[in-house]
Design a binder for this molecule. Structure first.
Ligand code: ADP
Ligand code: MG
Length: 614
């Protein structure tokens, strides 16, 4: 700022930190903010620590902020998350009071998000337009070795990767993020990072930073970090495991079953509330994990299925069963495990085994929501979780506060609600077709794609729920549905254009060149009086596939142009129903060609180069 005496000072007032005023129209607002009414505000969120972001020569003071429009509409994901935390705290405190807890003033939801990612070599990455523009490969034949040996998870971490992980930990610790666990994941080149859990709000901000720092540090090591949900077809995709729990400000975790869950009435009430919440709003929970990339995981025969169900493990399921049947027979608790070697210690078995196929699993003292997309923001999932739990707590508190005989009413309510919502519990293998059939019989929704899931946001039940808990207004929900459809259509459009570019400019010319070489050498051989039947066969195969590629390319081009003329939900539906299948049709002959065309002519690195070259 220039001063009166002509000098200049660098100034920054505290006020400017508390409230900023960026342009709210340069941001997908779903029509809430038009260009001509652009005012929006950022407001300091004091519940999440400020930090200094070190970006080479610049150091930036970053202040976690909420972002809303001129009339207070939430434009961000933080505001609704904070609203949902207040909602659940209000209702959970009432539950505590029912059990004579008069100390608790606040109940906080905590999250520890496990983050999966892929690491590839940067030079190799830079030769793949699809990875650069879309974050995933749009073409690519399976290499001779994939993940069939199941040797990556327990395999040694490669030196280049462990150097990266070490550096990543240090950068995260500098930002105050307690990154703790680093390990290999199921697929080749796939890894995972888990931080120590924090409140849902802070954990969300930290996870956004984790993703950012992961990418930044990778570049330093000549690597690229891929956060896409499905970078490689036919290879395991990435997600986030959202470990969620509820703790009072006196330090009591409401999801802690204790030594004898059967007698822990408060825990059973909370469990009944979670069963009710997840069963009644399964579609909404599914929507909270929807993004275009996740469509390639959920419902596509990999972890986890698109159907929401809840895993409780043997012991708790038996407890729930006994309650429903009205039996007071006691359920055996966790046992000692003997391995049969005298020098190995006896270990206590966990009360629940792990079920990797379950989208929503109880894991001892928390629920693990496993559908969350690896590249997404976990605020959406936690906003929904907090809100649906708050709604169930509220219904229970309303009823039980009025009860004349609390014990009696409590037991009756737990039994009634567990019976009403037992269909949500499933402990079996979620990948099987039998489960899909069984879930349909149970009436559980199976929303296979993001386009199917978005309408859940604006169903009358969702609008009523969010309004009741003060988390979203109807206007905000409608805006979010619009933004989601738009995001979906734009993503698919970029993918289609990238395929068109790669096929038209790189693949077809390379295949044509190979065909030319084959023809030339066949001619030469024929003149020398040789048998050229092999060359002829190869040329014929290449020509057929080239024809198919060229036709599919023309078809995708035409459809992409058609999509450009549409908008909103209709455009998103078209992208899903018409463009995605057309992309598959183009991919098939190209992947086939990749296996037969001279490797020296193939215009880009293969899956083998990407997955096994770090
Ligand atoms: P897994 O065995 O599922 O791979 P990890 O140990 O990798 O588990 O990660 C578990 C995550 O759950 C960690 O981020 C951890 O901080 C978090 N977590 C542990 N206890 C709680 C809790 N009570 N509430 C929320 N998150 C928790
Ligand atoms: Mg996990």
């Amino acid at each position: 700022s220039p001063q009166k005496d002509g000098s200049v000072i660098m100034e920054l007032r505290g006020k400017e930190l508390i409230r900023g005023e960026p342009d709210a129209s340069s941001f997908p607002s779903g029509g809430i903010r038009a260009t001509f009414e652009a005012r929006g505000y950022t407001v300091w969120d004091i519940t999440s620590p400020a930090f200094i972001y070190d970006n080479g020569d610049t150091k930036t003071l970053c202040i976690p902020t909420a972002f809303c429009g001129y009339n207070g509409e939430a434009l961000d994901q933080k505001t609704p998350l904070l609203r949902s935390m207040e909602a659940i705290s209000r209702q959970a405190v009432r539950i505590c009071r029912l059990f004579g807890d008069n100390l608790t003033q606040r109940v906080t939801t905590s999250v520890g998000p496990e983050q999966e990612y892929f690491i590839v070599d940067r030079e190799t990455y830079l030769k793949r337009k699809d990875l650069i523009f879309t974050g995933r490969t749009l073409f690519g034949a399976m290499p001779p070795k994939g993940q069939e040996m199941e040797d990556h998870y327990f395999g040694a971490i490669k030196e280049r990767v462990s150097n990266y992980m070490k550096d990543l930990d240090i950068e995260l610790w500098k930002l105050g993020i307690p990154a703790k666990t680093e390990h290999n994941e199921a697929a080749p080149a796939q890894h995972e990072l888990a931080p120590i859990y924090n409140t849902t709000n802070v954990a969300t901000d930290e996870n956004m930073l984790v993703m950012n720092v992961m990418k930044k540090v990778a570049l330093r090591h000549g690597l690229v970090c891929l956060l896409h949900e499905k970078p490689f077809a036919g290879v395991n995709g990435s997600g986030k495991h959202n470990n969620w729990s509820l703790t009072t400000d006196t330090g009591h975790n409401l999801l802690e079953p204790g030594r004898d869950p059967q007698k822990n009435r408060m825990f059973l009430l909370v469990l009944a509330a979670m069963m009710k919440a997840v069963d009644e709003h399964a579609g909404l929970l599914r929507m909270s994990a929807a993004n275009p990339g996740n469509d390639h995981r959920l419902g596509a025969n990999e972890a986890p299925p698109a159907i929401i169900s809840m895993f409780l493990g043997d012991q708790l399921t038996a407890v729930v069963d006994h309650i429903i049947r009205g039996s007071d027979e006691s359920v055996p608790s966790a046992s000692i495990m003997r391995v049969g070697v005298s020098t190995l210690p006896f270990i206590r078995r966990d009360a629940t085994d792990r079920n990797r196929t379950s989208p929503f699993a109880f894991t001892g003292n928390k629920f693990e929501f496993r559908m969350v997309p690896s590249s997404g923001c976990i605020a959406d999932a936690n906003t929904v979780l907090n809100t649906i739990a708050a709604e169930a707590f509220q219904a229970f508190a309303d009823e039980l506060e009025k009860a004349e005989d609390f014990e009696f009413a409590l037991n009756a309510l737990i039994r009634r609600e567990m019976t009403a919502h037992q269909r949500i519990i499933f402990n079996g293998n979620g990948y099987t077709d039998e489960w899909v059939a069984e879930a349909t019989r149970r009436g559980l929704p199976n929303l296979r794609s993001m386009v199917d899931a978005v309408p859940e946001l604006v169903k009358p039940a969702s609008i009523a729920l969010f309004a009741h808990q003060g988390v979203f207004t109807e206007k905000e929900l409608r805006a979010r549905a619009d933004v989601s459809f738009e995001l979906y259509a734009k993503t698919i459009n970029i993918e289609a254009l990238t395929m068109i570019d790669m096929a038209g400019k790189d693949i077809v010319p390379a295949v044509a060149e190979y065909g030319g070489k084959l023809a030339w050498s066949a001619n030469q051989a024929m003149q020398a009086g040789m048998d050229v039947s092999v060359q002829r066969e190869m040329l014929a195969r290449v020509n057929v596939l080239l024809r198919q590629t060229s036709d599919a390319l023309a078809d995708l081009r035409a459809k992409q142009e058609k999509m450009a003329a549409l908008s909103g939900q209709e455009q998103a539906r078209y992208a899903h129903d018409v463009i995605c299948p057309a992309m598959e049709v183009l991919r098939a002959p190209v992947d086939h060609l990749e296996m037969i065309v001279d490797g020296r002519l193939w215009p880009m690195p293969t899956y083998g180069d990407l997955l096994f070259n770090v």
